[in-house]
Design a protein around this ligand. Structure first.
Ligand code: DX5
Ligand code: ZN
Length: 213
């Protein structure tokens, strides 16, 4: 299992230190939650802070856009050379066009599905995607409770991926812990995002990352 800690649960007073800690602790990706106060009822970080995160990180960035006007934010973050940029299908009128744009910038494109959105809705986009991110909470906040139906959904998505593009990865985000990660792995999930589990773990971030792996 690859692990992408979400820096949303880091201490923003010591952000560089907290980003370095997860990289040294063996994370695979640094998950960056960009929220605009419109698509989701929360406002997080923009280009100035994400640039500081990129400067501190020794692992690739995984930028999760929770915004209106995705294309505008792709242009803003592309110069930071993230590995992935993911955008919500619920907020994009021209997902196929945006996928091509992200790829042309040398970044791996990914689509995010909210808890209510069916995997079949993106069947004809799978061949152009490197990753699908399934939300296991309603986007907007860290520390929420895991929605268990995502396990069935991941298994359903895995079948579609096997048919359309076996190289496409599945990532799950929200409420992930050392217990539900096992069910997610069995369902075919490749990467888990974890914020509060990693940053609030009583034994520290290294132990948390190791437990998820
Ligand atoms: C929620 C974010 C998540 C969140 C995960 O909108 O996309 O990445 O930070 O935090 P936990 O693991 O605490 O649910
Ligand atoms: Zn996220």
């Amino acid at each position: 299992m690859q692990v992408a800690p979400s820096i949303l649960s880091a201490d923003f007073g010591h952000l560089a230190q907290d980003v370095k800690a997860i990289c040294e602790g063996g994370c695979d990706l640094v998950h960056v939650d960009v929220m605009d106060g419109h698509f989701v009822p929360n406002l997080t970080i923009g280009p100035v802070v994400v640039e500081a995160v990129a400067g501190a990180a020794t692992r690739p960035l995984d930028i999760h856009l929770m915004v209106e006007n995705n294309s505008f934010f792709v242009d803003i973050f592309a110069p930071l050379r993230p590995k992935y940029i993911s955008f919500h299908i619920e907020e994009e009128k021209h997902p196929h066009r945006l996928i091509q744009k992200i790829r042309a910038l040398g970044i791996k494109p990914a689509i995010v599905l909210n808890p209510h959105t069916a995997p079949a809705s993106i069947a004809y986009l799978l061949e152009d995607l490197d990753m699908v991110l399934l939300m296991s909470v309603n986007p907007g906040f860290g520390g929420q409770q895991f929605i268990p139906s995502v396990i069935t959904k991941a298994a359903e998505l895995k079948m579609l991926i096997d048919k359309h593009n076996p190289d496409c990865l599945i990532e799950v985000d929200g409420g992930v812990n050392a217990i539900n990660v096992k069910q997610l792995a069995e369902a075919g999930v490749d990467i888990v995002v974890a914020g509060s589990f990693v940053y609030k773990h009583p034994d520290g971030v290294n132990a948390a990352i190791a437990a998820l792996k």
